[in-house]
Design a protein around this ligand. Sequence first.
Ligand SMILES: [Zn+2]
Length: 273
Amino acid sequence: MADQMIRSDYRRRAHHLRALLATAVILLLPTATVTVEDTDSSSIISRFQEYLRINTAHPGPSYNEAADFIASQAKSLSLNFQILEFVKGKPLVLLKWAGKNPALPSILLNSHTDVVPAEPHKWDHPPFQAHIDPSSGHIYARGSQDMKCVGLQYLEAIRKLQASGFRPLRTVYLSFVPDEEIGGNDGAAKFANSEIFKNMNVAIILDEGLASPTDNYRVFYAERCLGGWSLKLQVRPVMGLSFTTTLQWRIYSRASRVLGDSGPLSLIWSRLD
Ligand SMILES: [Zn+2]
Protein backbone atom coordinates (compact mmCIF):
# COMPACT_ATOMS: atom_id res chain seq x y z
CA MET A 1 0.00 0.00 0.00
CA ALA A 2 2.76 2.42 1.04
CA ASP A 3 4.61 1.33 -2.06
CA GLN A 4 1.55 2.07 -4.20
CA MET A 5 1.22 5.51 -2.61
CA ILE A 6 4.87 6.24 -3.32
CA ARG A 7 4.41 5.18 -6.93
CA SER A 8 1.24 7.26 -7.23
CA ASP A 9 3.01 10.27 -5.72
CA TYR A 10 5.93 9.72 -8.08
CA ARG A 11 3.57 9.59 -11.07
CA ARG A 12 1.85 12.79 -9.93
CA ARG A 13 5.18 14.56 -9.53
CA ALA A 14 6.41 13.25 -12.87
CA HIS A 15 3.21 14.51 -14.46
CA HIS A 16 3.71 17.95 -12.87
CA LEU A 17 7.34 17.97 -13.97
CA ARG A 18 6.36 17.16 -17.56
CA ALA A 19 3.72 19.89 -17.50
CA LEU A 20 6.27 22.33 -16.06
CA LEU A 21 8.84 21.42 -18.70
CA ALA A 22 6.28 21.78 -21.47
CA THR A 23 5.37 25.24 -20.12
CA ALA A 24 9.06 26.16 -19.90
CA VAL A 25 9.55 25.11 -23.51
CA ILE A 26 6.66 27.28 -24.62
CA LEU A 27 7.96 30.25 -22.60
CA LEU A 28 11.63 29.92 -23.52
CA LEU A 29 11.30 28.84 -27.13
CA PRO A 30 8.25 30.46 -28.62
CA THR A 31 9.29 29.50 -32.14
CA ALA A 32 10.44 25.92 -31.43
CA THR A 33 8.09 23.12 -32.33
CA VAL A 34 9.71 20.47 -30.11
CA THR A 35 7.63 19.19 -27.23
CA VAL A 36 8.56 16.88 -24.39
CA GLU A 37 6.42 14.16 -25.98
CA ASP A 38 8.61 14.31 -29.10
CA THR A 39 11.60 13.20 -27.05
CA ASP A 40 10.18 10.02 -25.53
CA SER A 41 12.02 6.85 -26.49
CA SER A 42 9.28 5.29 -28.65
CA SER A 43 9.12 8.41 -30.86
CA ILE A 44 12.91 8.39 -31.16
CA ILE A 45 12.96 4.70 -32.13
CA SER A 46 10.21 5.28 -34.72
CA ARG A 47 12.22 8.06 -36.33
CA PHE A 48 15.32 5.84 -36.30
CA GLN A 49 13.37 3.04 -38.01
CA GLU A 50 12.07 5.49 -40.61
CA TYR A 51 15.64 6.49 -41.46
CA LEU A 52 16.81 2.86 -41.55
CA ARG A 53 14.03 1.84 -43.93
CA ILE A 54 15.41 4.13 -46.62
CA ASN A 55 17.57 1.91 -48.80
CA THR A 56 20.78 3.89 -49.21
CA ALA A 57 22.95 0.84 -50.00
CA HIS A 58 25.45 0.90 -52.83
CA PRO A 59 25.07 0.64 -55.73
CA GLY A 60 22.16 2.99 -56.35
CA PRO A 61 21.44 4.48 -52.93
CA SER A 62 18.12 6.35 -52.52
CA TYR A 63 19.87 9.61 -51.69
CA ASN A 64 16.93 11.89 -52.45
CA GLU A 65 14.67 9.96 -50.10
CA ALA A 66 17.29 10.20 -47.35
CA ALA A 67 17.70 13.93 -48.02
CA ASP A 68 13.93 14.42 -47.78
CA PHE A 69 13.91 12.59 -44.44
CA ILE A 70 16.74 14.73 -43.04
CA ALA A 71 15.00 17.87 -44.31
CA SER A 72 11.79 16.84 -42.56
CA GLN A 73 13.74 16.41 -39.32
CA ALA A 74 15.34 19.83 -39.75
CA LYS A 75 11.89 21.36 -40.17
CA SER A 76 10.61 19.61 -37.05
CA LEU A 77 13.54 21.16 -35.16
CA SER A 78 13.09 24.61 -36.73
CA LEU A 79 16.66 24.40 -38.08
CA ASN A 80 17.78 26.12 -41.24
CA PHE A 81 18.93 23.63 -43.84
CA GLN A 82 20.14 23.47 -47.39
CA ILE A 83 20.49 20.59 -49.80
CA LEU A 84 23.76 20.90 -51.70
CA GLU A 85 24.41 18.97 -54.88
CA PHE A 86 28.07 19.21 -55.73
CA VAL A 87 27.42 16.26 -58.04
CA LYS A 88 23.98 15.74 -59.54
CA GLY A 89 21.97 13.05 -57.79
CA LYS A 90 24.22 13.06 -54.72
CA PRO A 91 22.65 15.47 -52.25
CA LEU A 92 24.47 16.62 -49.12
CA VAL A 93 22.19 18.04 -46.43
CA LEU A 94 23.57 20.80 -44.24
CA LEU A 95 21.70 21.85 -41.10
CA LYS A 96 22.45 24.88 -38.97
CA TRP A 97 21.62 25.46 -35.30
CA ALA A 98 22.52 29.10 -34.80
CA GLY A 99 24.59 29.84 -31.71
CA LYS A 100 24.17 32.78 -29.34
CA ASN A 101 27.52 34.10 -30.54
CA PRO A 102 27.78 33.30 -34.26
CA ALA A 103 31.16 35.07 -34.43
CA LEU A 104 32.78 32.17 -32.59
CA PRO A 105 34.22 29.26 -34.57
CA SER A 106 31.58 26.60 -35.09
CA ILE A 107 31.12 22.89 -34.41
CA LEU A 108 30.39 20.43 -37.22
CA LEU A 109 28.74 17.07 -36.58
CA ASN A 110 29.15 14.87 -39.64
CA SER A 111 27.60 11.59 -40.69
CA HIS A 112 27.10 9.77 -43.98
CA THR A 113 23.77 8.68 -45.38
CA ASP A 114 25.00 5.81 -47.58
CA VAL A 115 25.56 2.25 -46.39
CA VAL A 116 27.43 -0.75 -47.74
CA PRO A 117 25.49 -3.37 -49.74
CA ALA A 118 23.45 -6.00 -47.94
CA GLU A 119 22.82 -9.59 -48.99
CA PRO A 120 19.28 -10.25 -47.76
CA HIS A 121 19.58 -14.05 -47.82
CA LYS A 122 22.26 -13.83 -45.13
CA TRP A 123 20.06 -11.83 -42.78
CA ASP A 124 17.64 -13.07 -40.11
CA HIS A 125 15.34 -10.17 -41.03
CA PRO A 126 15.22 -8.06 -44.23
CA PRO A 127 18.02 -5.48 -44.05
CA PHE A 128 15.77 -2.50 -44.73
CA GLN A 129 12.78 -3.42 -42.62
CA ALA A 130 14.27 -2.18 -39.31
CA HIS A 131 12.63 -5.07 -37.50
CA ILE A 132 12.72 -4.94 -33.71
CA ASP A 133 13.20 -8.28 -32.01
CA PRO A 134 10.58 -8.22 -29.24
CA SER A 135 12.61 -10.41 -26.89
CA SER A 136 15.97 -8.63 -27.14
CA GLY A 137 14.91 -5.19 -28.38
CA HIS A 138 17.58 -5.39 -31.08
CA ILE A 139 16.94 -3.52 -34.33
CA TYR A 140 18.01 -5.33 -37.50
CA ALA A 141 18.98 -3.01 -40.32
CA ARG A 142 21.88 -2.31 -42.63
CA GLY A 143 23.43 0.99 -41.57
CA SER A 144 22.01 0.87 -38.06
CA GLN A 145 25.54 1.23 -36.67
CA ASP A 146 27.46 2.51 -39.69
CA MET A 147 26.28 5.13 -39.30
CA LYS A 148 22.64 6.12 -39.27
CA CYS A 149 22.50 5.73 -35.49
CA VAL A 150 25.06 8.53 -35.13
CA GLY A 151 23.27 10.87 -37.55
CA LEU A 152 19.98 10.31 -35.80
CA GLN A 153 21.56 10.75 -32.36
CA TYR A 154 22.81 14.19 -33.40
CA LEU A 155 19.25 15.14 -34.31
CA GLU A 156 17.72 13.65 -31.19
CA ALA A 157 20.32 15.30 -28.95
CA ILE A 158 19.32 18.65 -30.45
CA ARG A 159 15.66 17.78 -29.95
CA LYS A 160 16.23 17.04 -26.27
CA LEU A 161 18.38 20.12 -25.75
CA GLN A 162 15.77 22.31 -27.40
CA ALA A 163 13.07 20.80 -25.21
CA SER A 164 15.15 21.71 -22.14
CA GLY A 165 15.48 25.32 -23.33
CA PHE A 166 19.16 25.05 -24.21
CA ARG A 167 20.70 27.13 -26.96
CA PRO A 168 24.37 26.68 -27.91
CA LEU A 169 26.91 29.44 -27.57
CA ARG A 170 28.56 28.48 -30.86
CA THR A 171 26.76 27.63 -34.04
CA VAL A 172 26.39 23.88 -34.56
CA TYR A 173 26.25 22.47 -38.08
CA LEU A 174 25.16 18.98 -39.06
CA SER A 175 26.27 17.53 -42.39
CA PHE A 176 24.73 14.40 -43.89
CA VAL A 177 27.07 13.43 -46.70
CA PRO A 178 26.78 10.93 -49.59
CA ASP A 179 29.30 8.45 -50.97
CA GLU A 180 31.41 7.96 -47.86
CA GLU A 181 31.46 4.22 -48.42
CA ILE A 182 32.95 4.63 -51.90
CA GLY A 183 35.60 7.21 -51.09
CA GLY A 184 33.67 10.44 -50.52
CA ASN A 185 35.03 12.19 -53.61
CA ASP A 186 31.60 13.41 -54.69
CA GLY A 187 30.50 14.22 -51.14
CA ALA A 188 32.70 15.24 -48.21
CA ALA A 189 35.72 16.02 -50.40
CA LYS A 190 33.87 18.58 -52.52
CA PHE A 191 32.14 19.99 -49.45
CA ALA A 192 35.46 20.43 -47.60
CA ASN A 193 36.88 22.35 -50.57
CA SER A 194 33.82 24.59 -51.02
CA GLU A 195 33.31 28.25 -50.14
CA ILE A 196 30.32 27.18 -48.06
CA PHE A 197 32.55 25.12 -45.80
CA LYS A 198 35.12 27.90 -45.58
CA ASN A 199 32.48 30.39 -44.47
CA MET A 200 31.27 28.03 -41.76
CA ASN A 201 34.45 28.78 -39.78
CA VAL A 202 34.60 25.28 -38.32
CA ALA A 203 36.71 24.75 -35.20
CA ILE A 204 36.07 21.08 -34.55
CA ILE A 205 34.43 18.21 -36.43
CA LEU A 206 32.99 15.10 -34.87
CA ASP A 207 32.61 12.22 -37.29
CA GLU A 208 32.06 8.51 -37.33
CA GLY A 209 32.13 6.55 -34.09
CA LEU A 210 30.85 3.28 -32.72
CA ALA A 211 27.51 2.54 -31.18
CA SER A 212 27.59 1.30 -27.60
CA PRO A 213 24.98 -0.81 -25.81
CA THR A 214 26.06 0.73 -22.49
CA ASP A 215 26.80 4.24 -21.26
CA ASN A 216 30.51 3.73 -21.94
CA TYR A 217 31.79 5.02 -25.26
CA ARG A 218 35.14 4.58 -26.90
CA VAL A 219 36.83 7.73 -28.03
CA PHE A 220 39.15 7.56 -31.02
CA TYR A 221 41.59 10.06 -32.33
CA ALA A 222 44.08 9.94 -35.16
CA GLU A 223 42.38 6.78 -36.35
CA ARG A 224 44.38 4.91 -38.96
CA CYS A 225 47.22 7.36 -38.46
CA LEU A 226 50.55 5.61 -38.82
CA GLY A 227 52.70 8.29 -37.26
CA GLY A 228 55.27 8.00 -34.54
CA TRP A 229 57.80 5.65 -35.94
CA SER A 230 61.25 5.98 -37.43
CA LEU A 231 63.43 3.68 -39.44
CA LYS A 232 67.17 3.76 -39.84
CA LEU A 233 68.82 2.16 -42.82
CA GLN A 234 72.52 1.41 -42.94
CA VAL A 235 73.78 1.62 -46.50
CA ARG A 236 77.10 -0.04 -47.27
CA PRO A 237 79.48 1.60 -49.68
CA VAL A 238 79.44 -0.05 -53.04
CA MET A 239 82.62 -0.45 -55.02
CA GLY A 240 82.76 1.83 -57.96
CA LEU A 241 80.66 4.62 -56.44
CA SER A 242 82.26 7.90 -55.56
CA PHE A 243 81.31 8.07 -51.87
CA THR A 244 83.03 5.95 -49.31
CA THR A 245 81.36 6.85 -46.05
CA THR A 246 78.54 4.87 -44.53
CA LEU A 247 75.26 6.68 -45.02
CA GLN A 248 72.41 6.71 -42.58
CA TRP A 249 68.89 7.64 -43.55
CA ARG A 250 65.92 8.18 -41.37
CA ILE A 251 62.26 8.26 -42.29
CA TYR A 252 60.28 10.89 -40.45
CA SER A 253 56.59 10.71 -40.07
CA ARG A 254 54.82 14.03 -40.37
CA ALA A 255 51.62 12.65 -38.91
CA SER A 256 50.77 15.21 -36.28
CA ARG A 257 48.56 13.11 -33.99
CA VAL A 258 46.32 16.07 -33.51
CA LEU A 259 42.82 15.21 -32.32
CA GLY A 260 40.87 13.90 -35.28
CA ASP A 261 43.79 13.86 -37.67
CA SER A 262 43.39 10.82 -39.84
CA GLY A 263 45.09 12.21 -42.90
CA PRO A 264 47.47 10.20 -45.00
CA LEU A 265 50.94 9.56 -43.76
CA SER A 266 53.56 11.61 -45.48
CA LEU A 267 57.23 10.86 -45.38
CA ILE A 268 60.29 13.00 -45.42
CA TRP A 269 63.64 11.47 -46.19
CA SER A 270 66.66 13.18 -44.83
CA ARG A 271 70.30 12.31 -45.15
CA LEU A 272 72.25 12.05 -41.90
CA ASP A 273 75.84 11.76 -43.03
ZN1 LIG B 1 30.78 4.69 -41.88
